[in-house]
Each structure stands twice: as structure tokens, then as C-alpha cells.
Design a protein around this ligand. Structure first.
Ligand code: FAD
Length: 394
């Protein structure tokens, strides 16, 4: 970096945001010999990496592919994910001392915790000569002989600008909407940010009131996608991995369809070949928690013998078990959501470089982009992949 005459600090690349994606972009650009300055609003960089995965940091998923992402065009992710894959992320961190634990196939956590991942990122920045400046909030960008920003009373100018400001989730970690405003300033469309990887709120008179604490495997379908995983009833609504993943594809007003007996057919569950003397509630109690069974099929139907059910009644019970429909009131807000869906429209970006088609030298990476990963390490992998892509060209 150098001090220009009255120009402030001049660099090759300015990165706004020292989170997962910004730091990775900075490391990649500095590895090519670029002079990089990272400006972060917080007191220390990589704060979300520290808390990710409940402190254990689910830093990647080896299976990461477009099908694990929501957004207007999930295929946009393909180029960056294939050029810096989950395996590449694993190698990068393993080469620097990380030991991993595979909790589910391909889903990797850091044994040493999120602090270790954050330390690798900041150590790499130091080694590559990146100027990593905390407590520097950027509010505006001007085009004056390059991209010019003022932060912490200091002026910075660079040929390239990478915006890696993250989303709006977890505002207590300083989530700001700056990245969206900058995108609009440069003519990009922004899909309205909304909470994702968030639990469903069902509102008053929910059919599941009072079932709080029950967990079971279920399939949740909405927005053309279906997820089979653990579902948890809470006092507010529905949570657990099945609900959190479905939240990425749900839009207000849409229905949610639940199958409480995934992988099994109502025909086999309500089988009457052994005589059908069993009461409906007893049969349901064999494969569903009693309190849920009672809510799905109430008396007098629940007190009938299987043998006495009419075809219509059998069909009704089957529908309650496998295709229970409801319209959630909403999602829990940004305070608790793990990520932000929506964001910078990928149609305005080159998928290979993350560069803005209409503004050479400007790049958007990470969560600020309209790319939302499912649970399982896909969001951090997108942060690495998109950051790495931009870092090759910025
Ligand atoms: C509780 C929690 C747990 C999570 N666990 C996981 C997990 O285990 N695995 C996984 O894959 N994902 C996880 N995620 C999601 C993942 O952490 C994020 O998707 C990822 O950190 C996004 O990276 P990013 O660099 O785009 O944004 P961020 O990591 O949010 O970084 C953005 C940075 O930009 C800075 N910034 C913002 N605006 C400005 C401004 N105007 N000027 C200067 N700086 C600015 C912020 O201070 C911040 O440091 C979790 C998220 C949460 C909230």
C-alpha cells in the first residue's frame, strides 16, 4: 500500500467486510501479488466463523453443489463451487493444522473449534501482507480515480472493490445493509433480504399448539422442494433441520405440506389384514408420539376399530399422516435466523469471477449475494468459493 498525495491509502484491492468470504477473497488476491486492504466494521474479523456451528464450525460440506442452494438461480453457484470445492477447502485448512470431524457424510466440523478457523484466516492474511483493519465501517463508495471509500476517518482508493458485507442475520454481530445499498448504487437488482435457516411461526390457533418438545422424522415440502429430517415442535411453531431447510424455499402465504410417516405408506401402517380389531389411536401410537397422533386424528375417529373405518375415513387418516397442509404465519426473524435469503441478483454478476457485469473492478461475494445454502456447511463453503473466485480476478 502507498500514500498518494492527498489521496489517502491506495491499494490494488479493497475488500469491504472481514468475514469468511472477504478474508478468503483477500487471501486469494494477495496470493496473486495484489496489495489488499480489508475494512471491517467490527472489533475483530471473522466473528461469524467463531460462533458457526455452535462454536464447532461446520466449515464445509464435501458434497456442496447447486442443489444445496436456494436463490433465483442456484446454478449460478456451479462455476465457483467446482473451481474451489469442499475438498479444496478441506485441503486448505488441513494443510494449516485443522483436524476435522465428519458428523454426517461430507459434513465437516473443526475439532479445534471456530476460533481455530478464524485464526487460520487472519494468519494467512498476515502472511500474505493483507492490511486487515477492524473498526472501519464503510458507508459509501465513490468513483474517483478508482473505488474510493472513507472508513474510520481515513480514505482508501483502489482499482478493485470486493463487497463481502454478509447478510442481515444476527444483527448483534453488526449485520448492516450496506452491501445491498452499494449493489443498488451500481445498478444491480436486490431480491428483498429475508430470514432463512429459521423456524416457522404458526401463530394462534395452530393445529400443533401444545406439542412443544416433540421431535420426529418428517418430510416438509414447500416451494417445489422437500426435506426429510428431524422436525421439532416448539412453543412457537416448527423447528429442527427439516423446518430450517424448508424455510430457505418458503415464501409468505405459501403452504407447507407435512408427511409424518416418511418412507412408509398409509396402506401398510393402517393394514387390517390381521383382523382390524385394534383402535385407530392405538395403531397410530405405534409409529407416532401419542400427543401428535391425538392431534392428527381426534375422536370419534380415533376411537374406532380399524376394521370399522370406511374408505373415506381411511383416506382422511392417510391424508392427515402424509399430506398435512398448513400455512405458517411467518418465520422467526433475523435475530435468530442463521442466514439471509435474497440479496444481490446473480443475473448482474459473472458466475466465474463474481464481478459485476456493468461495473468492471467491482465484485460481490458471500452471503450478500442471492445464494443461500442449506444446513450442513454449505454457507461457509459458498463464502470460500465465491471469495476465492473474486480473489483470482480482483
Ligand atoms: C449462529 C450462526 C451459526 C452459523 N453456523 C454455520 C455453520 O456451522 N456452517 C456454515 O456453513 N454456515 C454457518 N452460518 C452461516 C455463515 O456463518 C455465513 O453464511 C457466513 O459467515 C457468510 O460469510 P460472509 O463473509 O459473506 O459474511 P459475514 O461472515 O457475515 O461477514 C461480513 C462482514 O462484513 C462486515 N461488514 C458489514 N457491513 C460492513 C460495512 N458497511 N463496513 C465494513 N464492514 C462491514 C461485518 O462486520 C462482517 O464481519 C452460521 C451463521 C450463524 C448466524
Amino acid at each position: 500500500m502507498s500514500m498518494g498525495m492527498g489521496m489517502g491509502v491506495s491499494a490494488g484491492v479493497i475488500v469491504i467486510g472481514g468475514g469468511a468470504s472477504g478474508l478468503f477473497a483477500a487471501i486469494a488476491a494477495a496470493s496473486r501479488g495484489r496489495r489488499v486492504v480489508v475494512l471491517d466494521a467490527g472489533e475483530r474479523p471473522a466473528r461469524k466463523v467463531l460462533i458457526a456451528g455452535g462454536g464447532r464450525c461446520n466449515f464445509t460440506n464435501l458434497a456442496a453443489a447447486p442443489e444445496h442452494y436456494a436463490g433465483a438461480n442456484p446454478m449460478f453457484t456451479r462455476s465457483a463451487l467446482s473451481r474451489f470445492s469442499g475438498a479444496d477447502a478441506l485441503r486448505f485448512f488441513q494443510d494449516r493444522g485443522l483436524a476435522f470431524e465428519e458428523m454426517e457424510p461430507g459434513r465437516l466440523f473443526c475439532r479445534q473449534g471456530g476460533g481455530f478457523v478464524a485464526d487460520i484466516l487472519t494468519a494467512q492474511c498476515r502472511e500474505k501482507g493483507v492490511a486487515l483493519l477492524a473498526g472501519r465501517r464503510v458507508d459509501a463508495v465513490a468513483l474517483e480515480g478508482g473505488f474510493a471509500v472513507t472508513a474510520g476517518g481515513e480514505r482508501f482508493v483502489a482499482e478493485s472493490l470486493i463487497v463481502a458485507t454478509g447478510g442481515l442475520a444476527w444483527p448483534k454481530l453488526g449485520a448492516l445493509g450496506t452491501g445491498y445499498a452499494l449493489a443498488k448504487q451500481f445498478g444491480l437488482k436486490v431480491a428483498p433480504p429475508r430470514p432463512a435457516l429459521s423456524s416457522f411461526v404458526l401463530g394462534p390457533r395452530s393445529p400443533f399448539d401444545g406439542l412443544s418438545g416433540i421431535t420426529l422424522a418428517a418430510t416438509l415440502a414447500t416451494g417445489g422442494r422437500a426435506f426429510t429430517a428431524s422436525l421439532l415442535f416448539t412453543h412457537k411453531g416448527l423447528s429442527g433441520p427439516a423446518a430450517l431447510n424448508a424455510s430457505c424455499f418458503w415464501r409468505p402465504g405459501e403452504t407447507l405440506r407435512l408427511n409424518f410417516v416418511p418412507g412408509r405408506t398409509p396402506g401398510e401402517l393402517l393394514d387390517r389384514s390381521a383382523g382390524g380389531r385394534e383402535l385407530v389411536k392405538n395403531r397410530l401410537g405405534r409409529f407416532l408420539p401419542d400427543r401428535l397422533a391425538a392431534r392428527l386424528v381426534a375422536p370419534p375417529l380415533a376411537s374406532k376399530r380399524l376394521a370399522d373405518l370406511t374408505k373415506q375415513e381411511l383416506a382422511l387418516i392417510a391424508a392427515r399422516l402424509t399430506a398435512f397442509e398448513l400455512t405458517p404465519k411467518g418465520l422467526s426473524g433475523f435475530d435468530v435466523a442463521e442466514v439471509t435469503a435474497g440479496g444481490v441478483d446473480t443475473a448482474g454478476l459473472h458466475s466465474k469471477t463474481m464481478g459485476v457485469k456493468a461495473a468492471p473492478g467491482l465484485y460481490f461475494t458471500g452471503e450478500v449475494v442471492d445464494v443461500t445454502g442449506l444446513l450442513g456447511g454449505f454457507n461457509l463453503q459458498w463464502a470460500w468459493s465465491s471469495g476465492w473466485a473474486a480473489g483470482q480476478y480482483a
